[in-house]
Design a protein around this ligand. Structure first.
Ligand SMILES: [Zn+2]
Ligand SMILES: [Zn+2]
Length: 373
């Protein structure tokens, strides 16, 4: 029986794991039941060497080799409604978790010998970009020589993967702005300091940063996602709050956007007489695929069940997988799950994954592990 036939032998169990994880969908750092399920599945499979962090866990399948490679799966879900009372796996993290969990179970059940030790990492809280750091602080990267991860990609068809040695995910930073003015009657603006006019000028001015100040050959985006202030049509409000994010692949672009946002806000303050504050978080760095790992994986998977997506396929989305890269060379695989013409993006309320590509994902991990990268 070849490796793929072995995977298909476990089809029912794989489908069930995906279903169970889908139903458990929990918020970042509150993945208690999900972790409990992973832990119970690991112990049932005979894996006892792991650190249970209550949300998230990591451990090692020791094959007696010198080298340890890590595979990371994120486990958290996203709010489905504004009240945050219902959570769903709108980013497909249950797929990532099921793929790694089933890989481990099949290795144990089928007594498959792997070419390296496997450090499995079930990471919480990717959506709030804190989980990777949490896992690293708890020691998940100790003795790890290389790290791999995958993310479902609704634009790539089932069987297509993207493993090029480029920055596949953008650096992503978020900012909060508070503009303070002086409240007054709408009919007497000269007696106050207008925060809405200041905020509007700031947002309009910021549109020129990417289009006029960043090298047109470099990718960047600034988006304002929330603005609030005021309570009535005839009162100029004292405060306006703005939230936004910017994305980049290049450190110089990161610096330009950060400094220009601050300068623009300062100049708005000078002109309108407002007082403003901007907090920009550290966010994530770009996720950059290692050249050697990309080459190795292409060799292992060539002439197999996968096609390598031929065109450039970068994403302005952020990923906290970037932090593992500070400790070991990393490869983040964009993994096709698309079945038809229609594309439903991740984080969309209608996003869903089917089980067919999950068989391919389990096979992919088994193939890489048995090849002994
Ligand atoms: Zn997401
Ligand atoms: Zn995700």
């Amino acid at each position: 029986m070849n490796l793929y036939e072995i995977v298909r032998k476990h089809s029912k169990q794989i489908a069930n794991t995906l279903k169970v994880l889908e139903e458990l969908a929990e918020p970042s750092f509150k993945e208690f039941k999900t972790t409990e399920y992973i832990v119970s599945e690991l112990t049932s499979a005979g894996v006892f060497e792991f650190t249970n962090l209550k949300t998230g866990c990591f451990g090692t399948i020791d094959s007696g080799k010198d080298k340890t490679i890590a595979i990371r799966a994120d486990i958290d879900a996203l709010p489905f409604n504004d009240e945050k009372s219902v959570y769903r796996h709108l980013c497909g993290h249950h797929f990532h978790t099921a793929a790694l969990l089933e890989t481990i179970k099949i290795i144990k059940k089928e007594n498959i010998s792997i070419g390296t030790n496997l450090r499995f990492i079930f990471q919480p809280a990717e959506e709030v970009v804190s989980g990777a750091r949490f896992m690293i602080e708890n020691g998940c990267m100790d003795d790890v020589a290389e790290i791999y991860g995958l993310h479902v990609d609704p634009e790539l068809y089932i069987g297509e993967i993207y493993v090029e040695p480029v920055s596949v995910m953008a650096g992503a930073r978020h900012f909060d702005i508070e503009i303070t003015g002086k409240s007054t009657h709408a009919a007497y603006p000269h007696l106050g300091v207008d925060t809405i006019a200041a905020a509007s000028n700031f947002i309009t001015g910021a549109q020129s940063i990417v289009s006029r100040m960043v090298d047109p050959l470099k990718n960047a985006v600034i988006t304002f996602g929330a603005i609030s202030g005021g309570s009535a049509c005839n009162i100029i409000p004292e405060f306006v709050k703005i939230k936004g994010t910017f994305r980049f692949f290049d450190e110089e672009v990161n610096h330009i956007i950060e400094s220009k946002l601050k300068k623009l806000l300062d100049s708005v303050d000078v002109f309108f007489g407002t007082k403003s504050r901007i907090d920009i978080d550290d966010g994530t760095k770009p996720v950059t695929n290692d050249k050697n790992l990309s080459c190795k994986i292409k060799n292992i998977l060539s002439n197999d069940r996968f096609t390598f997506y031929p065109s450039q396929h970068l994403s302005m989305g952020g990923e906290d997988f970037c932090f593992y890269n500070e400790f070991a060379p990393a490869l983040f695989i964009k993994f096709g799950i698309r079945r038809s013409q229609e594309i439903v993006s991740i984080h969309n309320k209608n996003f869903c994954v089917t089980v067919e590509p999950l068989y391919e994902a389990v096979y992919l991990w088994l193939k890489i592990l048995t090849a002994g990268v």
